[in-house]
Design a protein around this ligand. Structure first.
Ligand SMILES: O=C(O)CCC(=O)C(=O)O
Ligand SMILES: [Fe+2]
Length: 325
């Protein structure tokens, strides 16, 4: 019996190419309330981060997951976080403001057959709070320490941020909203769970405890781990391109999460594949942003930080958190 069969696997290889062509032909899915005011116009304040360091639990490095070769030459698999549950990152006020912003953004959400069924994309473009948070050095430093390498917001805007909304099936013939088994198009990914666990049932964040090459949806049982969420504002950090993960269907309530992607400016390597992006947006509308992405990735690290208007984050700044707690 396949206990995990409730989650399908997102198209790989040729399947993804087909999904890209399909996305090019299908009309864009419509958002729920296109005219609604989305932005709370709330500004980010670094006091929305807690002053003490966040607590990491269930820490697994890429080496722990079975990777022997680092995806980036600038760091070792032992030093790069594959998965960590993060608590105590945001202050209460920070969580309240993020929840408000993401509730508002639901008006702009749309459903599709893509990996995540119901989401609002490019949240940094729509929300002052989320945009300013992503550009805050204090926030970037906190996430860099969790990741084990210095980070900037991912240069590809449509992959940088999204808010996911999960509900159980509403009608008899509806499908539950899920996150299929997938790897992300980006590597450094912070999934912030903004709903309190008391607000929903099901919707567990699961990941495959092994390298992607060993992932086999028919033989998962011993290797699937569930990340527990203590309270709203807790997060799951993953090295998204090398960790298969998904979100189980909800059976009750509603689950809202803010997913943020980052890039390490000290490496030009970016795993994002044209076909991954195109399977979301269609081939034609991916070409220009793809070329822009290549130009952005070629910028020197100091220029990438300068563009954000902040002092560079260095490996020395990040080192204190290399010792997992
Ligand atoms: O909603 C979540 O907790 C994670 C969703 C996810 O994996 C994604 O958006 O790529
Ligand atoms: Fe994901």
């Amino acid at each position: 019996m396949k206990r995990q069969s409730e989650l399908p696997v997102f198209a790989q290889g040729v399947g993804r190419l087909k999904a890209a062509l399909h996305a090019s032909l299908a009309p864009a899915s419509r958002c729920k309330h296109p005219g609604a005011l989305l932005d709370t116009l709330q500004h980010w304040n670094d006091s929305y981060l807690r002053s003490d360091s966040p607590c990491l639990s269930g820490y697994r490095s890429l080496a722990d997951l079975g990777y022997t070769v680092s995806p980036l030459v600038i760091s070792q698999p032992e030093q790069m976080t594959a998965v960590a549950q993060v608590s105590g990152l945001f202050s209460e006020e920070g969580i309240t403001q993020l929840r408000r912003a993401c509730y508002q953004l639901e008006a702009g959400s749309s459903t599709s057959d893509w990996i995540i069924s119901n989401r609002t994309r490019a949240a940094t473009q729509l929300s002052t709070l989320i945009r300013e948070m992503m550009n805050s050095r204090a926030f970037l430093l906190a996430v860099s320490r969790i990741a084990g390498v210095p980070l900037v917001p991912h240069p590809f805007l449509r992959a940088r941020s999204q808010v996911n909304y999960f509900y159980p099936p509403q009608g008899q013939y509806d499908r539950a909203q899920i996150g299929m088994w997938h790897t992300d198009g980006t590597s450094f990914v912070l999934n912030i769970l903004l709903s309190d666990p008391s607000e929903y049932e099901g919707g567990e964040f699961v990941y495959f405890d092994g390298p992607v090459e060993r992932f086999d949806v028919d033989g998962l049982d011993d290797c699937v781990r569930t990340c527990s969420v203590g309270t709203s504002g807790d997060a799951v950090y993953i090295y998204g391109s090398r960790v298969f993960h998904g979100v189980r269907p909800l059976t009750k309530g509603r689950r809202m999460s803010l997913v943020l992607s980052f890039h390490c400016p000290y490496s030009e390597v970016d795993v994002n594949k044209f076909w991954h992006l195109a399977s979301d947006d269609g081939v034609l509308s991916t070409i220009r942003p793809w070329l822009q992405l290549k130009r952005d990735l070629a910028l020197a690290p100091c220029d990438q930080y300068q563009r954000l208007g902040i002092d560079p984050i260095t490996f020395a700044d990040v080192a204190p958190s290399l010792v997992p707690r």
